[in-house]
Design a protein around this ligand. Structure first.
Ligand code: ADP
Ligand code: MG
Length: 297
């Protein structure tokens, strides 16, 4: 399964909601779509699900063109819209049965997804009786009912309390083991907690495609640390070869290292060799937050 966006553009009247967006999602990836309100996240989902037509560009799902075979594409994609529209008067099972009918899939799938999203205890209830977290699970279940290989989640944790947020995050991670997941958020910590890859979108443009592991490696780490004893600057300099070195207290130092250096390991080896203890150490690199600011202001 691959999902490919090729120069996707969407205009509402004269306004560009999406402007020449291209990226590819590979099988089994969990990818965060991060951007401030109004960036174009929901519009992107509506185009991928063929709910809205693109102004120009193309979406390929497994080499099917969304513009030519929207029904085939819809079979492969599960979608949880923003604000999770549900029918509050319906019972959980009744609602999922209704969704199963729309997709023309067997009702045996219902019990499977109820178990998958942890809704067993709530299944006999009316949707209006459920907490917001459980309503969100019903939304997830309805997005999963036709066993899609791609799952699109538009701000799936917005409006939930902290415990519910953690539960839904864990569910997303779990579902992501077998499916390609694209989920949107305007919260940085959220995407950092769930995924390895982040697409940053601002004013309808894709402004960065970031692998969070690379980000950690590529950042020049600035390390602040304190040993339990006095250390000579010359020893630190010759043995660790830091990029910069500054003494900030009697036994405290601030060091920076070249990209990709495993500075933690080097420092611990140094301490061990000289019979020192590292009593304090903090590391600060180029993080997602500074990138987000850089690209969105
Ligand atoms: P996000 O989900 O990132 O908050 P949206 O995709 O909802 O962003 O909106 C992107 C831009 O398109 C916003 O400026 C919004 O006001 C505008 N927009 C969204 N939907 C419509 C619509 N149906 N008609 C006109 N403008 C719209
Ligand atoms: Mg939105």
């Amino acid at each position: 399964m691959t999902l490919k966006l090729l120069h996707l553009t969407k205009k509402y009247g004269q306004q560009f909601a999406l402007n020449d967006v291209s990226f590819t999602l590979k099988q089994g990836e969990i990818v965060g779509l991060l951007g401030p309100n109004g960036a174009g996240k929901s519009t992107l989902f509506k185009l991928i699900t063929a709910y809205l037509p693109a102004t120009s560009g193309e979406i390929l799902v497994n080499n099917l063109k969304a513009s030519k075979q929207p029904l085939e594409v819809k079979k492969i994609i599960g979608y949880l819209p923003e604000n999770n529209p549900l029918y509050p008067e319906m019972y959980v099972k009744e609602y999922l049965g209704f969704i199963a009918n729309l997709h023309k899939v067997s009702k045996t799938n219902i019990d499977k997804v109820i178990a998958q999203v942890g809704l067993e205890g709530e299944a006999p209830k009316k949707i209006s009786q459920l907490s917001k977290g459980y309503k969100q699970r019903v939304g997830l279940a309805s997005a999963l009912i036709h066993n899609p290989s791609v799952l699109l989640l538009d701000e799936p944790t917005t409006g939930l309390d902290p415990n519910q947020i953690i539960e839904i995050r864990n569910l997303i991670k779990q579902i992501g083991q077998t499916k390609t997941v694209l989920f949107s958020s305007h919260i940085l910590q959220e995407v950092e907690a769930i995924c390895q890859r982040v697409l940053l979108i601002n004013n309808g443009k894709l402004v960065a495609d970031i692998n969070l592991n690379d980000l950690k490696l590529a950042s020049t780490a600035l390390i602040t640390l304190r040993f339990d004893k006095v250390v000579l600057a010359a020893n630190l300099q010759s043995e660790l070869q830091p990029k910069t070195i500054e003494k900030t207290g009697e036994t405290s130092w601030q060091l920076s290292f070249e990209n990709g250096v495993d500075s933690g390991a080097i420092l611990f080896d140094f301490a061990k060799k000289h019979g020192l203890k590292i009593v304090e150490m903090t590391q600060k690199g180029a993080d997602l937050e500074s990138l987000f600011k850089q690209f969105t202001t």
